[in-house]
Design a protein around this ligand. Structure first.
Ligand code: NAD
Ligand code: TYD
Length: 339
């Protein structure tokens, strides 16, 4: 099986590469990434050095360069992870999200159709459904109602993929997952930001009153779900992917859990101005996926957090390099004084 993974140098894409190397060792993997601020070849260091995967530095908005990659290998499947992925950045610079998430996805669809790829797996997010109140869960039929340029551009990309199925019979599936955490996550997202800040005794910026709820899934559980959808998902279908029930927690509680594991005081928490258009709560019903593929999350929140914290402890160089580079200039400029 020959597969293309887009966004493979990012957080989930890199974890997906490792998941396949362990679970589908005979698959031939081409990893594609534009290496934006969020893409990091360090994430793929060992498989690249061992020549277990091939790497292509390509911007998915460059349709010609994409055609070069598609014409050089007859891919059986495309797993599409590449995206601009951070809500806060989408508030500051939305155009980049429209470019990559909408135009980039259409370019991939065009190439996948032209070069007769057998199946296209589009990795999306539960954020396309907008926000929930205190109760309820998103199902696949929940109307799309995105709140940010990130989620709106992802909703646009989902619709382009599903439109290609309806118009051309394009064999594509869409997955919509809740918030991921785990190794290699860029430290601008809540969990790695909190872990690394606690390790440096820095303040933890908690947006609003800290009651917003996210449902967390350990990244390898997400990877296994995407793989099962790739193997068993039906054309034109959407599958929600959710974490274990106990992993649905308010942001303040996540901070307290991490502080407790690392043995630090809650005085590090600092309440800051809320995010604009901040979705209150996400939670998905993944029974459709369970019925179709027998998938269920296997890693509890406590177990996943321990593993993740240990990874950040053992890989301080990885995140310190990121935090001391360009990213920190962006962070200081935009969030230096949020209180
Ligand atoms: P990430 O930001 O860590 O990685 C994205 C990768 O895409 C980076 O390596 C980046 O260099 C690459 N990329 C960006 N623009 C590109 C372009 N124009 N051409 C080629 N490559 C480009 O994001 P992530 O958290 O790994 O998310 C991966 C996918 O999973 C995204 O599609 C995201 O919407 C989806 N998702 C993420 C989460 C989450 O909690 N992180 C949850 C559900 C769904
Ligand atoms: P984030 O990791 O950015 O993921 P998303 O917005 O896609 O859910 O944020 C997770 C939650 O944590 C979200 O409710 C916003 C909140 N948050 C903070 O309170 N402080 C922070 O510094 C960050 C980055 C997020």
């Amino acid at each position: 099986m020959k597969i293309l993974i887009t966004g493979a140098a990012g957080f989930i894409g890199a974890n997906f590469v490792y998941h396949l190397l362990e679970n589908r060792p005979d698959w031939e993997i081409t990893a594609l990434d534009a290496l934006t601020y969020a893409g990091n070849l360090e994430n793929l260091k060992s498989p690249l050095e061992a020549k277990q995967i091939k790497f292509e530095k390509v911007d998915i908005c460059d349709e010609e360069d994409l055609a070069r990659v598609f014409s050089s290998t007859q891919f059986d499947q495309v797993y599409h992870f590449a995206a601009e992925s951070h809500v806060d950045r989408s508030i500051l610079s939305p155009n980049e999200f429209v470019r990559t998430n909408v135009l980039g996805t259409q370019n991939l669809i065009n190439n996948a159709r032209k070069y007769e790829v057998s199946k296209f797996i589009h990795v999306s997010t539960d954020e396309v459904y907008g926000t929930l109140g205190e109760t309820g869960r998103f199902v696949e039929e929940t109307p799309l109602d995105p709140s940010s340029a990130y989620s709106a551009s992802k909703a646009g990309s989902d619709m382009l993929v599903l439109a290609a199925f309806r118009t051309h019979g394009f064999n594509a599936v869409v997955t919509r997952c809740t918030n991921n955490y785990g190794p290699y996550q860029f430290p601008e997202k809540l969990i790695p930001l909190v872990i690394s800040n606690v390790m440096e005794d820095k303040k933890l910026p908690l947006y609003g009153d800290g009651t917003n709820v996210r449902s967390w899934i350990y990244v390898r559980d997400h990877c296994e779900a995407v793989l099962r959808v790739g193997e068993k998902g039906a054309a034109g279908e959407v599958y929600n992917i959710g974490g274990p029930l106990e992993s649905e927690v308010p942001n303040k509680e996540i901070m307290l859990k991490i502080l407790s594991i690392l043995g630090k005081s809650e005085d590090l928490i600092e309440y800051v101005t809320d995010r604009l258009g901040h979705d209150f709560r996400y939670a998905v019903d993944s029974s459709k996926l369970k019925n179709a593929t027998d998938w269920e999350p296997s890693i509890s929140l406590n177990e996943g957090l321990e593993t993740t914290i240990n990874w950040y402890k053992e890989n301080t160089e990885w995140w310190q390099k990121i935090k001391s580079g360009e990213y920190m200039k962006y962070y200081e400029k935009n969030y230096g004084d949020r209180s």
